[in-house]
Design a binder for this molecule. Structure first.
Ligand code: SF4
Length: 237
């Protein structure tokens, strides 16, 4: 029996990044030790044993949700928490393999703190975070360069931008990595940050777009559509 720690499984439309607008089933793992100060999913941090679900239950729930509409969904996004934490990896691999055998397309959300080769190889798309200064967490540029070299053909890099310092850090990281690996086609996506209590960061969004235009447009600026539509505190949407 394989037990996975799961925060929630739900059906919704992707609200951010280059897959924006794609309906899918989300499997959100419970447990993350990374500690971003601006995390909007702190309820996923505890490795809470009461959140254990058997693999078969997880796959059954995904199937049920995928078949709720007139025509089944074929996309699954695995997120967290941190689905790549070593404690999760055996369950994660079993889940990916089962879902792939059923014909699902798998998006894996990676926090940018580690590359798990077997999980990355088995997934169809990987979203890899570059942690900006406002997160209080640092992403290794060596790791990022390795991700781009080995998996850049099926991924994106996402960075949350709260201010000019965040934009500058993302710009400098991209520049340094380009020196190492050469021009790379992988999209770098900037997500303008929400501050606590903020409804819609229009001014920050405009500022990030302006910075990107001024600095030669190395990025795509894509906001969090689900927060505009359902509110900043809404979950599972
Ligand atoms: S990696 Fe994700 S879940 Fe973990 S602290 Fe950072 S934003 Fe929150």
């Amino acid at each position: 029996m394989t037990t996975l720690l799961i925060n929630t499984i739900y059906r919704a439309t992707e609200g951010e990044g280059v897959q924006l607008g794609s309906p899918q089933v989300f499997v959100r793992f419970q447990g993350c030790a990374i500690g971003c100060v601006n995390c909007d999913s702190k309820e996923t941090w505890d490795f809470d044993a009461s959140k254990g679900l058997e693999l078969a239950e997880v796959v059954k729930k995904v199937d049920e949700l995928a078949h709720e509409g007139r025509w089944p969904l074929r996309r699954v996004s695995i997120t967290g928490g941190d689905p790549l934490h070593p404690q999760h990896v055996p369950g994660l691999m079993a889940l990916i393999i089962d879902l792939k055998l059923k014909g699902y397309w798998i998006n894996l959300e990676a926090a940018g703190s580690r590359i798990v080769e077997e999980a990355f190889k088995a997934s169809d798309f990987i979203s890899f975070d570059f942690k900006t200064p406002s997160t209080g967490v640092r992403t290794s540029l060596e790791l990022l360069a390795r991700f781009i070299r080995d998996f850049g053909h099926k991924g994106q890099i996402k960075a949350v931008i709260a201010d000019n310092a965040d934009f500058g850090a993302a710009f400098e990281a991209r520049r340094q990595i380009e020196e190492q690996v050469g021009p790379h086609p992988i999209p770098w996506v900037l997500t303008p940050a929400f501050s606590p209590g903020e409804k819609m960061p229009l001014k920050r969004f405009q500022e990030v777009m302006k910075l990107n235009e001024d600095w030669g447009a190395p990025f795509r600026v894509i906001g969090q559509q689900h927060k505009w539509l359902y509110g900043v505190d809404a979950k599972n949407v």
